[in-house]
Design a protein around this ligand. Structure first.
Ligand SMILES: NC(=O)c1ccc[n+]([C@@H]2O[C@H](COP(=O)([O-])OP(=O)(O)OC[C@H]3O[C@@H](n4cnc5c(N)ncnc54)[C@H](O)[C@@H]3O)[C@@H](O)[C@H]2O)c1
Length: 362
């Protein structure tokens, strides 16, 4: 069964669980805000459903609450930050703030973030930079756990879902934000489908012989088969390059050395942050961006499509809908979160009482 919960109640119970993991108030707020916002944006794969995984990683001693990252001195516009296996949501923001200090001098800042715990929804960082008036691009590789995505032509997984995000700082109807895994879908979407007991489109997955399959169970429960890269050889090539940029260039490792890493989700991230004023007047760039948005919106939609969307628009629409009607969570995801809370010493009835249904849901 799926129930809708108020964003506020999910934020509060996420905060409570993170405090039980050992996160201090500041870190718990940052991570809870990130996860619930991912749910609000429609990315349930990177929302509160990740909490049981984080709990296991904290329990194993791999994911470290309240970590102090190593903030390297800037080399020109380039800053390297070692997150030392801290909560990625928090470490990435500290890393971006550190790297952005070079912007007044260089008008561009590059961050190489190493050894972060799961940074979750990568679009959060492009939005963070856009809110400050900067254009940005972020490339993230994923190591520490088994490969999930088959490179084009392979029958077994070799890399992970290696996401990319980018945004333009425009504060009106159009807030262009591309935020995507280089797999056809993020692994979490397969996990969510399995938790709901539903099939997935067969273009998303191959079985262990390399044939398309719509059954998420073998992949989620036994890691049998693999996710496909989006766009055949092109998306596969992009995913492999993200591995090189985030892993070989700025990180300390790629999937080629996965055997040597702790069993947790490790994200490395290359971020490129640009001050648009170095190119032209910021308002002029914003106006050109908005003109382009209007132009795209006037493209005739294909049969069966209401209108052409800019990347980022589905998330804006979903936030509006979920803020009004609540965030849907399936019973299995709720059970896993509550069980994790009990493992960390929370009292079951009191923790369950934090799940407030949204009264406006039919
Ligand atoms: N931290 C990690 O290790 C990690 C790994 C993989 C993915 N992720 C995250 O997973 C999330 C989900 O990724 P995904 O690839 O499944 O996202 P998705 O396929 O839902 O969306 C990808 C992009 O396409 C745009 N889009 C969607 N429908 C559209 C339409 N009809 N018209 C125009 N644009 C449209 C969205 O706005 C988004 O920018 C992302 O937030 C990503 O950052 C994180």
């Amino acid at each position: 069964m799926i129930t809708r919960y108020t964003p506020g109640s999910l934020n509060q119970l996420t905060n409570t669980l993170l405090r039980s993991f050992g996160c201090d108030a500041n870190e718990a707020t940052i991570v809870a805000d990130h996860l619930v916002d991912a749910n609000l944006a429609g990315h349930d794969s990177h929302g509160i459903g990740m909490l049981p995984t984080y709990g296991e990683q904290v329990h194993a001693g791999f994911l470290i609450p309240n970590q102090t990252p190593l903030l390297g001195d800037a080399n020109g516009a380039i800053s390297v930050v070692d997150a030392r296996f801290g909560f990625g949501h928090h470490m990435a923001l500290l890393g971006l703030d550190h790297a952005m200090q070079t912007l007044p001098t260089h008008r561009v800042a590059l961050l190489g973030l190493r050894n972060a715990g799961h940074v979750s929804r990568v679009g959060t960082y492009a939005e963070y930079c856009a809110e400050k008036g900067y254009v940005s691009m972020h490339f993230v590789n994923v190591t520490g756990h088994e490969a999930l995505v088959a490179p084009f032509g392979g029958r077994e997984a070799g890399i992970s879902t290696n996401p990319i995000s980018m945004a333009m700082p425009v504060n009106n109807a159009a807030k262009p934000l591309l935020d995507m895994a280089t797999s056809t879908v993020a692994f979490g979407k397969i996990r969510v489908a399995n938790n709901k007991g539903v099939e997935v489109p067969s273009a998303w997955l191959i079985d262990q012989t390399g044939k398309p399959t719509s059954n998420p169970k073998p992949m989620v429960e036994d890691r049998s088969g693999a996710l496909t890269a989006f766009g055949e050889h092109k998306g596969s090539g992009l995913g492999l390059f993200v591995e090189l940029l985030a892993g070989a260039l700025v990180g300390t490792h790629t999937m080629a050395h996965n055997d040597e890493l702790p069993d947790m989700i490790i994200n490395n991230m290359l971020s490129i942050i640009i001050d648009p004023a170095a190119f032209d007047d910021s308002q002029t760039i914003a106006n050109r961006t908005d003109d382009f948005y209007q132009y795209i919106k006037n493209i005739l939609p294909a049969t069966g499509v209401d209108n052409v969307l800019m990347p980022g628009e589905p998330e804006i629409a979903m936030r509006a809908e979920r803020n009004q009607y609540g965030i849907p969570v399936d019973d299995e995801t709720r059970r896993q979160i509550v069980d994790m809370g009990v493992q960390f010493g929370l009292e079951k009835n009191a923790f369950n009482a934090l799940w407030a249904d949204n009264a406006t849901i039919d």
